[in-house]
Ligand binder design. Sequence first.
Ligand code: ADP
Ligand code: MG
Length: 463
Amino acid sequence: MKLDVNVLRYLSKDDFRVLTAVEMGMRNHEIVPSELVERIASLKHGGTYKVLKNLLKYKLLHHDASKYDGFRLTYLGYDFLAIKTLVNRGIFTGVGRQIGVGKESDIFEVAQEDGTILAMKLHRLGRTSFRAVKSKRDYLRHRSSFSWLYLSRLAALKEFAFMKALEEHDFPVPKAIDCNRHCVIMSLVQGYPMVQVKQLQNPETIFEKIIGIVVRLAEHGLIHCDFNEFNIMIDDEEKITMIDFPQMVSVSHRNAQMYFDRDIECIFKFFRKRFNMIFHEDKGESDETEVDENSRPSFYDITKDANALDRDLEASGFTRKEQNDLDKFIEGGVEKSEDSDEDEDEESDDKEQTCESNEEENVDELKSLQLQEKEQKSSDGVEAEVKLDDTEKGENSEDKDDAVSDEKEEEDDPELVKQLGKQRRRAMAAARGGRKSQSSRNSYKDKGGRSQNSKIHSNMSGW
Ligand code: ADP
Ligand code: MG
């Protein structure tokens, strides 16, 4: 998929408003009914249709009329929402070339106003090998396409949280700068993935350094789980940086030892093949560099502090619930057969997952929407007619009382989002016959923490 950021220049405020409306609708709908988009966006003179057409043209939305007329965000649409938010926060001003394509991510360079180049990782869970996708799809068989966005957002949040915590414990990782939706901004690592390196001045030293990282991670309670030549960067001074953390697990994980041994084995294997290092288990290649196989670390011999990083991670806003959701996805694909209690897990998770909704229910919702809207209007009086006037200030008590008021929203245009949220809640409440919407597991918890007023003009372009 091409990320043509030039499109951003041509998107108007209304375009983003409708895009945001679809995103909000996706908290409760796999495909957001057109009427709901229109209601949430609530553009003057019924302008939503024209805007939807524009968003479809740029492939930011996908139209689905199989069950009813509706829309969902594409990854590109989700990219644009994240990029716009981060630009508005002043994190970067322009998007440059693509520097990496991971299994489930795209990595781009982004530039700050002063010319500093950072790396932007856009998570794309679901884009992986066919087998893995299939088993993941089985696992997610009734899940909505929103789940992919939700899971990608979790992967980004986890990656950001781990990167920050690891950095604080002096692990060689990129500097975590910010995170929004499925997007992580981090420092750009100078160098290349180990897989591209043909020669090292001193392979044994590098080997020991790398194995040392795996061991120290375990001492801190963690296993990388994808520790290999693709996720270890090395620069010209042979400085090592590890990357790619969404799949990390705790040493208390039931398969911890297997993951640990696998990480270690990956390194042994790579150094054996690439740098002709031989270990005592290898026989018959006596002219090669030898490393004592007894140096292979044993998981059981490591003094592990399973809680060492827990506090940091909790403080980062990555909750245990989110960790569990992500684990289920990752393990659903990787080790499904080992997971004997999976059915039970799925069942309980289904109960929790409020992002998907029954299509018939949606249609009913819509049918009753018009009827109840009238009632709503008469009881709400002028409030029901709230238009999204950007100059309006809306810190009223009704907002504070809202069931979803704990959701931290977009800060690029907080007023817009507040109003959109209000409209959406009203629309949903009307559709549900007055029931207040429950805080969904897919509530967007923007990590935020930055000034709401940071408004640096966006200059979105490839340069
Ligand atoms: P995935 O999770 O999809 O495997 P990675 O985080 O491993 O994604 O990134 C994929 C590739 O992008 C890496 O192999 C590396 O070449 C590049 N990359 C990732 N992060 C950075 C970074 N901070 N600086 C420079 N290059 C990076
Ligand atoms: Mg990787």
